[in-house]
Every structure is written in C-alpha cells, then in structure tokens.
Design a binder for this molecule. Structure first.
Ligand SMILES: Nc1nc2c(ncn2[C@@H]2O[C@H](COP(=O)(O)OP(=O)(O)OP(=O)(O)O)[C@@H](O)[C@H]2O)c(=O)[nH]1
Ligand SMILES: [Mg+2]
Length: 363
C-alpha cells in the first residue's frame, strides 16, 4: 500500500542573490508571464513565499525566502539555483556542505542558460570543483540551441531524448544519430558516475564488463541515488522569446521522480517537556503529532511543518496551550494556521495528551 504522504513533495529553493530562485519558482508554478516582472519586483527576502503546483497528481510545495534554519527544517529536499553567468557565493557553498553533512537530498538547477555568456559545461565544471571531487554531482541535461543560436531545449543524457520548447508546446523526441554522437562522452561519464555510487549490483557489474546498461536501469539508479541524497543531479533552465521557459517541465518531472516525499524523512528527535527521552516517531499521520513552527507572523498566522500525526484544535507548544482558529492547507504536511495567540519560530507543536519537544531536526 502506498503511504498517505507519498503524493507530495516539500522543496526549498536556495542559491546566491539574484540567481533566479523567484523566477524559477514562478516558472514551476506556471505563473502568467504578464505577472512575472511585477512579482519579481515585489519579491522581498523578508517575506517567505510558498507556492504549490500539482504535477502528475503530486502536490509540490515550493519555499522561497525562508530563513535558512527554518528552511532546512521545513523542506525534505533543496533545489540549489545557480546562475550560469554568476557562479556561487560563500554562503551557498557553506549551505551545500551542511547538506552533505546532514544528507539532505538536493537537485542543482543552472539558470539563465539563454544568456549569451552562459556556458553550462563550464558551470558544471566549477560546481564539481567547488562542491564535490567525487562522482556524486551528475549532470543530466545538455542545452540544445536552435538555428539562431537561442536556447531551444535540453537533451536528457539518460534517455537521449530531446525536450524541445520551440514547437511552441513542449515536445519530447528521440535524438538523431548526430546528437547521439555529440553527447556520447557526457553520457558515458554519467553512466560511469552512477555505476560507481549505485547500490544496484546489476548496473555496476554490467558497466565493469563493458556492457551498455538499459535506459531503465540507468534511470532507476539515478532516481534512487538522488532520493537517498547520495547523488545530486544537475539540470539546466532558461528563457525563450514569448516568455517560454525552457526546462521547466523536466524539472517538475525530476521533483516527482527523484526527490523524496515526507514519508521518507527521518523524523526529529523528541523528548518530553521534562527532558526525558522518547522513542523515535514514525512519519505517519497515525503517529503522535510532532509539528514545528517554520515561520511566525505578527498577527498569529504561522507556517507549520507536520513531521508526524495530525493537527487538532487544541495544541501543546513550548510555552503552553493554544487553540487553532483556522487552517489553510498547502499540502498534507505544510499548513498555515492562525491561533488564539502568536507562536514562536521553531516552537514544537504536539497534542496536549502527548506533549513533546523537538531536540534535533536533521540528524
Ligand atoms: N534571461 C533570463 N533572466 C532570468 C532567468 N532567471 C532569472 N532571470 C532574471 O534574473 C533576475 C533575478 O531573478 P530572481 O528570480 O529575482 O532572482 P532571486 O534568486 O529570486 O533573487 P533574490 O531573491 O534577490 O535572491 C530577474 O530580473 C529575472 O528576470 C533566466 O533563466 N533567463
Ligand atoms: Mg527572490
């Protein structure tokens, strides 16, 4: 039976200032291009923004502008948004290292590939030097240009299919022999990398014996490694004329197929309010409630992440009982609540009948 929480993803967007996080968020949400420039102008790093899009029946919550600590609690996976022309700042490099230490699954999106100065190969090389000396950073796509040298789409190196946004609706087509020859080296590198870190013996032994693994085997291994947080896929994104964004649907597919759902997350370590240890709690709506205030607003409106259990009207928090007045669901596990009094950021929410306090979230 599938887990009740397998139909959602909670994803945070991170990256240097101006790298295109809010732009990518709106592309993924399918925001009308006419509203986009205004939204980018209004975007303020003081206000968290949460959007939700349903893709292939999966509800994807996307978080932007959250305080870093809160984001690392709220999200089950991060998308590192890096502009091809701008590179990486120290804060982003530090955050990457923290994700390595805490095994937080992540995806890398290289943005602004329509920029004349953009060079995806070069950006991938820089990221590999900066973030990983091993095979974990795996580039999945390569840009395809049209006759005018504008960004037209991407080749998926695993399937060798071309995702083409020139038609003007997206079409996914098989690549011709000329393209296959062009990507041969990059594809070989991808297969060697995934074979090195894959837990699938079939893949590793077929590569060692010099055989071509099937596309299905490669994709399964990539998805498993990405969900498990031990490989990070790199893909591209950009813009075409008429405000068509290139790469968006491919990223939505990857969020669904290659990033974890809330049931796969290790739940926080909890204790009783008196400090006595408690057994770990399963990420399951039937378990005791453990939730956390991710962002607290002046007027008693709070963004809450549920790790286990279900919210009730009366709740226990670190500083006493509160009552919920209204719940607005973003996904099953991420909700806005208004309460009879303000809550504190990173306060634990539990049931009055089983009060619990979070000791540590990402362990
Ligand atoms: N041409 C082009 N411009 C882009 C692309 N992505 C983002 N931009 C532009 O880059 C600028 C910065 O993008 P934002 O989405 O605001 O960047 P951000 O990472 O949210 O920035 P902060 O919130 O300030 O950290 C905006 O003017 C966008 O229109 C892209 O793929 N192509
Ligand atoms: Mg922004």
């Amino acid at each position: 039976m599938t887990h009740p929480w397998s139909n959602e993803r909670i994803i945070g967007l991170v990256g240097p200032k101006g790298s295109g996080k809010t732009f990518l968020l709106n592309a993924l949400l399918g925001t009308d291009p006419e509203d986009l420039e205004r939204l980018l102008q209004e975007d303020s790093q003081d206000d968290p923004s949460v959007g939700v899009v349903t893709w292939r029946d999966i509800d994807i919550a996307l978080l932007d502008n959250l305080d870093q600590e809160a984001l690392l609690h709220a999200a089950d996976a991060l998308i590192f948004v890096i502009a091809s022309s701008d590179g990486v700042d120290a804060q982003t490099a530090d955050l990457w290292q923290r994700c390595v230490d805490e095994e937080i699954p992540r995806l890398v999106v290289i943005t602004k590939l329509d920029d004349a100065r953009a060079d995806m190969d070069e950006t991938v090389a820089v990221l590999r030097r900066l973030f990983s000396e091993g095979p974990e950073l795996i580039r999945l796509t390569m840009p395809v240009l049209d006759d005018d040298e504008n960004l037209a789409g991407f080749i998926d190196l695993a399937t060798t299919e071309i995702w083409d946004w020139t038609t003007p609706d997206l079409s996914i087509v098989n690549s011709d022999p000329e393209h296959v020859a062009l990507i041969a080296d990059a594809r070989e590198e991808l297969i060697a990398d995934i074979a090195m870190i894959s837990e699938s013996d079939g893949l590793t032994s077929s590569v060692v014996m010099g055989m071509q693994p099937s596309i299905e085997t490669i994709i399964d291994a990539l998805e498993e490694a990405s969900i498990g947080g031990y490989a990070q896929l790199i893909v591209g994104h950009g813009l075409r004329e008429n405000d068509i964004t290139v790469g968006t649907e491919l990223i939505l597919d990857l969020i669904v197929d290659a990033l974890p759902d809330p049931s796969l997350r290790l739940t926080p370590v909890v204790a009783s309010p008196d400090g006595s240890a408690q057994l770990p709690i399963d990420a399951d709506p039937k378990s005791p409630l453990v939730a956390e205030v991710i962002h607290a607003d002046m007027d008693s409106l709070s963004l809450v992440r549920i790790y286990s259990g279900e919210l009730r009207k009366q709740l226990h928090t670190n500083n006493g009982l509160v009552e919920i007045q209204e719940i607005t669901e973003i996904t099953n596990n991420l909700v806005w609540i208004s309460t009879d009094r303000p809550l504190k950021q990173l306060a634990t929410i539990s049931l009055p009948s089983k009060p619990l306090i979070i000791q540590d979230v990402n362990v």
